[in-house]
Ligand binder design. Structure first.
Ligand SMILES: [Fe+2]
Length: 237
């Protein structure tokens, strides 16, 4: 019997202004820092998975509503295969945040996650095709693929539907999505599947060896200091 799969798509609040990435301005990493802090605070209360998905999706929708914060180093496609850049891993490995960068025509194999996951499209568009297992162990596409546009968020998990294939919906351009998982996804044993039911275990790696520095807040704090420091008028005798 096929597992019941459901799709949840959250759309970023239209009140947010979608800012375009600008090569000439430094990335606004405060958005990513605010996101990881808010998600850590949410998980601190050990909420049930439906609450994590609902509230975490709202946080991710806020993050991907703006396209002005992802550093260029973590947005580069590879002509051979999609890239998975680690942006942040929680110290207790309760969650991880990655940027998936897809070149034209690139796609994942059919795979699972084993933990909750949130997909927020930052740039371009993606196709997310859920799969369900048949009684004889094969995997069949279930329904039409979901087309996820920039600003939209989709959830996966063993309870809401965990097996899918994701591809870049853009024929000529790269697409970027921000994925959040309920573990350090680089340390989770998962599976890829062939449609005939063949299973191959794997642990996904990361494409980067260094992380964006979210924690240098000196510019913001120095600006506050400067604003709070009274200027002494220069007087001449
Ligand atoms: Fe996935």
């Amino acid at each position: 019997m096929a597992a019941a799969l459901s799709a949840t798509v959250y759309i970023a609040d239209s009140s947010f202004i979608r800012l375009k990435h600008c090569m000439n301005t430094p990335p606004n990493l405060a958005r990513l820092r605010d996101f990881v802090q808010a998600l850590a605070a949410l998980l601190e209360h050990q909420p049930a998975e439906p609450d994590i998905i609902a509230q975490g999706s709202a946080l991710l929708a806020r993050l991907v509503a703006h396209d002005d914060w992802l550093p260029d180093a973590y947005s580069q496609p590879n002509p051979q295969h999609y890239q998975q850049y680690l942006l942040h891993a929680d110290a207790l490995e309760r969650f991880s945040v990655v940027s998936f960068v897809w070149g034209p025509g690139q796609f994942t194999p059919i795979h699972n996650h084993t933990v909750w996951g949130l997909i927020g499209v930052l740039r371009g568009a993606e196709l997310e095709q859920p799969f369900a297992r048949t009684a004889d162990g094969r995997w069949l596409a279930q329904g039409a693929p979901h087309r996820l546009l920039a600003g939209q968020v989709h959830a996966v998990s063993p309870t809401v539907g965990d097996v899918h294939r994701v591809s870049n919906a853009m024929e000529r351009d790269a697409s970027i999505s921000i994925h959040v998982y309920g573990a350090n996804i680089g340390a989770v044993q998962r599976s890829v599947f062939l449609e005939d039911g063949t299973r191959k275990p794997f642990v996904s790696g990361y494409s980067n060896t260094s992380l964006p520095n979210l924690w240098d807040r000196s510019a913001e704090l120095n600006a506050q200091l400067k604003a709070a420091t009274p200027t002494t008028p220069t007087t001449r005798p």
